[in-house]
Write a new protein. Structure first.
Lengths: 295, 111
C-alpha cells in the first residue's frame, strides 16, 4: 500500500445559496481540516459567496464567522429605496428600469468594501468561482476574475430586495435564480470529488404582505430549481458528488446571525458523518493516481 | 456496504446497509443487475440500514429502476432513513420512485 500524504487529499467545495444558513459551511471546513482534507476549489452562490470568498482568501473559520456576523445583519436591508417605490408606482414619470430593488444597498456595499476591500478573485489562495445570473439572458455567470466585492454584490442581488448589479455594462441578479447549488461549475472545472452543501429556501408561515408573497413564490421556484439542477448534475456526470445537508431543527430566518454558532455546529455534524467515506474515497483516488504516475 | 438478497412473496428484497458511494456503487449495481438479468424484476430495496448515498449510489439505483421497468417490473424503496431520504428528495427521486414505510408494504404493493 502506497503512503498517501495528507496534501494529496483534496476536494472541490460548493456552497449554495441560503442566506445566514451558509455559515454551516464553516462547520464543513472545520471537519475537512480535522481530517487533513484540502480544498482544490471553492464555488459560492449568493450568501455562499461570502463564505467561499473569506475561506479562499485565507481567513480561518473563526475569523469568517466573526466577519459575517458583522456584515450580514438585519440593517443591510433596513433602508427603503424611496426612488424604487416611486418608479414602481409611476413607472413612466420616474423611469422604471432593470436596476430595481426595494431596499437601498448602501449599507451592504459599505460592509462588503470593509470586509473585502480591493481583493480580486484571482488573488485568492484557493481557486474561487462566484456564481450570479445574467439578468437579461437568465444564463448563469461565473466570476473567476475581478473584484470580489462586485461579484458578491451581483450574486446576492435578491430579486425585489436589492437591485441587480452592473458589471462591465451587464446587469446581474442573485446566483440562485439560475442554480442555487452550482455543482456544475466544479464539474466544468474538472473536479472529481465534489462536496456540496446546499440549503432549501424557507417558506413563509403566513403570507401577510406583498414582500412575503414575493418571497414565497421565490422560495418555491428556487427549491424546485435546486432539486432539478442537482438531479441533473448528480445523475448525468461521472464526478462523485457528496451532498451535505445539515439538519436544522431551529427555524433560521434571513438575518439570524445570532444563530451562526448553532449553524456551524450543525454543518460540522452533517459533514463529520461523511468524513470516513470521504477519506477512503480520496485515499483510493490518490493511490490510483500514484500508480498511474509510477507506470 | 453490505448487500444481501432474499425472496419474499414473489418479490426480491435487496437489503443495503452502510454507505453507497463511488467505492461501493459498482458492487451494488452488479448485485441488482444479477437479479434483473435473471428476470427477477419485482425488486424492493430495504434501506433501513442505509446511512448515506452519494451521486454514484443514486446512479446505481436509477439504472436499476430503468432496467426493471423496461422488463415490466420496478425497484421500490422501503424504510428509507431521514438522511438518505433528504438526498433522494434533493435529487428528485421521491417524485419518480415508489417509497414505502416498510418492506412488507413495498412487497405487498406488487400484488
Amino acid at each position: 500500500m502506497q503512503q498517501i500524504r495528507q496534501g494529496d487529499r483534496r476536494v472541490a467545495v460548493v456552497i449554495g445559496s441560503g442566506s445566514v444558513k451558509c455559515a454551516a459551511s464553516l462547520g464543513l471546513f472545520r471537519a475537512l481540516k480535522r481530517h487533513g482534507i484540502g480544498v482544490s476549489m471553492l464555488v459560492g452562490c449568493s450568501a455562499g459567496c461570502l463564505y467561499a470568498s473569506m475561506l479562499a482568501l485565507g481567513k480561518d473559520t473563526a475569523e469568517a464567522a466573526e466577519a459575517t456576523a458583522r456584515l450580514w445583519t438585519r440593517d443591510v436591508a433596513g433602508h427603503r429605496n424611496r426612488m424604487a417605490l416611486l418608479k414602481l408606482l409611476m413607472p413612466r414619470t420616474f423611469g422604471f428600469d432593470g436596476e430595481f430593488g426595494l431596499r437601498s444597498d448602501k449599507v451592504i456595499m459599505a460592509r462588503l468594501r470593509t470586509a473585502f476591500g480591493d481583493a480580486q478573485i484571482e488573488d485568492a489562495q484557493i481557486p474561487l468561482y462566484l456564481a450570479a445570473t445574467d439578468f437579461l439572458t437568465g444564463q448563469q455567470k461565473i466570476f473567476s476574475r475581478g473584484s470580489i466585492v462586485d461579484a458578491i454584490r451581483a450574486s446576492i442581488a435578491v430579486p425585489f430586495l436589492f437591485s441587480p448589479w452592473r458589471i462591465d455594462d451587464r446587469l446581474y441578479v442573485d446566483g440562485y435564480v439560475s442554480d442555487p447549488l452550482p455543482v456544475g461549475v466544479a464539474i466544468k472545472e474538472g473536479a472529481r470529488v465534489i462536496v456540496a452543501m446546499g440549503f432549501e429556501s424557507p417558506t413563509q408561515e403566513r403570507i401577510t404582505s406583498g414582500a412575503r408573497f414575493a418571497f414565497q413564490l421565490s422560495s418555491i421556484l428556487s427549491n424546485n430549481l435546486l432539486k432539478s439542477q442537482f438531479a441533473f448534475h448528480g445523475l448525468a456526470h461521472y464526478a462523485e458528488i457528496l451532498p451535505i445537508i445539515p439538519e436544522f431543527t431551529e427555524r433560521v430566518h434571513l438575518f439570524d446571525t445570532g444563530k451562526i454558532p448553532y449553524l456551524i455546529e450543525e454543518g460540522e455534524r452533517a459533514a463529520e458523518a461523511q468524513m470516513p467515506y470521504l477519506t477512503r474515497l480520496l485515499d483510493a483516488d490518490a493511490s490510483e493516481a500514484q500508480s498511474r504516475a509510477a507506470n | 456496504m453490505k448487500v444481501s438478497v432474499k425472496p419474499m412473496d414473489g418479490s426480491i428484497v435487496v437489503c443495503i446497509e452502510g454507505s453507497v458511494d463511488g467505492l461501493t456503487a459498482d458492487e451494488l449495481l452488479a448485485k441488482l443487475d444479477e437479479q434483473v438479468d435473471a428476470g427477477k424484476v419485482r425488486l424492493v430495496a430495504d434501506l433501513s440500514g442505509l446511512e448515506y448515498t452519494s451521486s454514484a449510489g443514486l446512479r446505481a439505483l436509477l439504472g436499476t429502476v430503468k432496467r426493471a421497468r423496461n422488463k415490466g417490473g420496478d425497484l421500490r424503496l422501503a424504510a428509507v432513513q431521514q438522511p438518505v431520504f433528504k438526498v433522494l428528495d434533493l435529487a428528485g427521486f421521491t417524485g419518480i420512485l415508489k417509497i414505502f414505510d416498510d418492506v412488507p408494504s413495498a412487497v405487498a404493493s406488487f400484488k
